[in-house]
Design a protein around this ligand. Structure first.
Ligand SMILES: [Zn+2]
Length: 419
């Protein structure tokens, strides 16, 4: 089978249309079509995206491609031949590898020096090596969350005299110093060694407590080598390293301090999975709605995403490149847009909504905002460039909208009491 035929075969096997594949892989329909017709040599990035769309490795994707090892070296490009002359024996480059190299584009074209061929060879070797096989990120994230949960529980058991700990008890137990200082804008808190610093500009007590426990979690994770190495593993090929998942874990830890999941589950079992649980739990635990959003998502048995939305300006550098609002019209008008300020996904959900994701004007979330009430209905999840239906509960509350996007049906409230 030729590469193009193989790509087509796998797509058919997965019952994907070109459009389906295009949406998931972020490659254009014409490009995918050209790949299948053998008009273009796909780039490594493109092959990786396609493989990821089918949740297989690049190696599997190209496994049945025939012709590997068939062609004779007489028609090799000149630079390729000199690359082989120099490195073939050292790196034991097999015939199938030679064929593969010739089939793939590097930086949009075929390499044209022996150094570039070598670079491509190493790049391919790296992405095809077993170590780089697709990792189950969702499972790793859930595992890390469980570990953070355990760290927090241990600390509460050891140092707190109450179910919901006071920050003073925890800090003195862990021998941490607490300070308030003027920090740069956008930075709520930080910690260096055993000192935690909170930005003195923060007015809200809820936010202060959340930040404090967020920093305490940073401290706990930092000391846990297993967790740190798991974070490395989780993000080894990500440009911005493990900063983002680490922040998510620290928020998760803060929520666990402020609303221990055992206590939160009790509220949930009494009230059911309902968006109203977010402001209700925040009030009940005298804590932030962010913590309530995190814990609500965590107890949800179905695939669901809990979000906090606000109307405001989207900073220009925060507009995602594939966002529908990035049209010249919207860019120049700088309109106030309803957007996600915080989101948390249930353990079984494999997608999430990034901060600053824009909610379309006609979305039920916007309707709840303008009518200042609670609405429920079937709608699209506002994933940029991806369509997925959901049942949405949207609740207006003090200039914010809390929403639950149920990607699979929410649990039946009548069954809940039986569990
Ligand atoms: Zn942090």
């Amino acid at each position: 089978m030729k590469l193009g035929q193989r790509l087509r075969f796998i797509r058919k096997q997965n019952k994907f249309t070109l459009k389906d594949l295009s949406e998931i892989s972020d490659l254009s329909v014409p490009y995918l079509s050209d790949m299948e017709r053998g008009v273009v040599n796909p780039s490594i990035d493109a092959l990786q995206k396609v493989a990821m769309a089918y949740k297989i490795s690049v190696k599997e994707l190209i496994s049945d491609v025939e012709g590997l090892g068939e062609s004779s070296n007489t028609n090799y490009p000149e630079e390729f031949q000199s690359f082989l002359n120099e490195y073939e024996t050292t790196y034991k480059i097999e015939n199938d590898w030679k064929e593969l190299l010739l089939k793939i584009n590097f930086r949009g074209r075929q390499p044209n020096s022996k150094t570039e061929w070598l670079e491509l060879y190493f790049y391919l070797k790296r992405i095809l090596s077993p170590k780089e096989e697709i990792i189950d990120r969702k499972a790793i994230m859930n595992h890390m969350k469980r570990q953070v949960n355990g760290l927090v529980k241990n600390v509460i058991d050891q140092y707190s005299s109450t179910t919901i700990p006071s920050i003073d008890e925890i800090c003195s137990g862990l021998k941490l110093d607490l300070k308030e200082d003027l920090l740069q804008d956008g930075l709520d808190g930080m910690h260096t060694g055993k000192t935690i610093v909170i930005n003195s500009k923060i007015q809200s007590e809820e936010r202060k407590r959340f930040t404090l426990f967020h920093e305490v979690t940073h401290y706990l994770i930092e000391k846990d080598e297993d967790l740190i190495s798991e974070l490395h593993e989780y993000t080894f090929n990500q440009e911005d390293g493990y900063k983002r998942p680490l922040e998510a874990l620290c928020n998760f830890g803060a929520a666990e301090f402020l609303m221990p999941s055992k206590e939160f589950k009790r509220l949930y079992e009494k009230n059911g999975l309902n968006v109203q649980l977010i402001p209700f739990a925040a009030k009940h635990f005298r804590s932030s709605t962010i913590a309530a959003t995190i814990q609500l998502a965590q107890v949800a048995p179905n695939r669901c995403i809990a979000v906090i939305c606000e109307k405001g300006l989207i900073p220009n550098d925060k507009v995602p490149s594939n966002s529908p609002i990035l049209t010249t019209e919207n860019k120049s008008q700088n309109k106030l847009k309803m957007h996600v300020v915080y989101s948390a996904s249930s353990p079984s959900a494999n997608r999430w909504l990034a901060k600053y994701t824009v909610i379309p004007d006609d979305h039920i979330v916007n309707q709840a905002y303008s009518q200042t009430k609670m609405l429920e209905g079937e709608t699209d999840v506002p994933f940029p460039g991806w369509k997925e239906r959901c049942i949405c509960e949207a609740l207006y509350n003090r200039n914010k909208v809390f929403a639950l996007f149920h990607l699979t049906p929410p649990p039946n409230p009548n069954q809940m009491t039986l569990l």
